[in-house]
Design a protein around this ligand. Structure first.
Ligand SMILES: Nc1ncnc2c1ncn2[C@@H]1O[C@H](COP(=O)(O)OP(=O)(O)OP(=O)(O)O)[C@@H](O)[C@H]1O
Ligand SMILES: Nc1nc2c(ncn2[C@@H]2O[C@H](COP(=O)(O)O)[C@@H](O)[C@H]2O)c(=O)[nH]1
Length: 183
């Protein structure tokens, strides 16, 4: 059975870092989503996101899409199906609304919902500052919907990963992938 690891959690928790690790260590690719937000330093078009204008975004057909502030984000089923043709397990970074969409539209057996977070908000703040986000952006990301709090109704379904110490995270991810490959 084809599977998807949905990665959600607060901004700065390490979702992208984890997805990159899964790709590097296990060949588990990320389904690339679309956004109208500007590229961050180091991001690459078609690798980090498909960077769109409002006009090009509105022409696409999405499985689900959301809006954060002035920016739109969306993912397509076609992209997922295309990835599943080549890989048994893929990952996708989405917000909590996106997780709900995928859980309701796919067979729940196919979905592994990984909720990534840290023990403290200070750690998130420090990571975002070190990543180069502006003070204004950090404030916005840590006060609004991008905190992606785990809602009560998803607590049963979520596999919570505390990404405090990277060596422990690596070990947790190795266990998760081994189990997913067995089932
Ligand atoms: N365990 C860790 N210890 C220390 N730093 C980490 C750890 N995991 C990730 N980081 C760093 O924290 C920063 C934020 O990580 P990342 O960009 O992966 O977060 P994210 O959850 O994808 O954030 P966003 O939703 O804002 O895109 C990066 O600079 C990354 O290198
Ligand atoms: N529901 C969806 N959420 C998405 C998608 N692509 C990204 N995201 C989420 O957006 C926020 C902000 O992302 P950032 O790269 O600007 O930090 C974050 O929670 C992502 O998980 C998508 O296609 N659908």
């Amino acid at each position: 059975m084809k599977k998807i690891i949905l990665i959600a959690g607060p901004s700065g928790a390490g979702k992208t870092t984890i997805s990159n690790y899964l790709e590097r260590e296990y060949g588990i690719p990320r389904v690339i989503t679309h956004t109208t937000r500007p590229k961050r330093e180091g991001e690459v078009d078609k690798e980090s996101y498909f960077f769109e204008t409002n006009e090009s975004f509105n022409k696409l057909h999405f499985f689900e899409h959301i809006k954060y502030g002035n920016y739109q984000y969306g993912s397509s089923k076609e992209a997922l199906e295309a990835m599943w043709k080549k890989h048994d397990i893929v990952s996708l970074i989405v917000d909590i609304q996106g997780v709900k969409s995928y859980l309701s539209k796919l067979d729940p057996e196919q979905v592994y919902f990984l909720y990534v977070t840290t023990s403290t908000m200070d750690e998130l703040r420090e990571r975002l500052i070190n990543r180069g986000d502006s003070k204004e952006m950090v404030k916005k990301r840590l006060s609004g919907s991008e905190l992606n709090r785990l809602p009560e109704d998803l607590k049963q379904t979520a596999h919570i990963l505390l990404n405090d110490k990277w060596n422990e995270t690596e070990s947790d991810l190795n266990t998760i992938v081994t189990k997913l490959k067995q089932n």
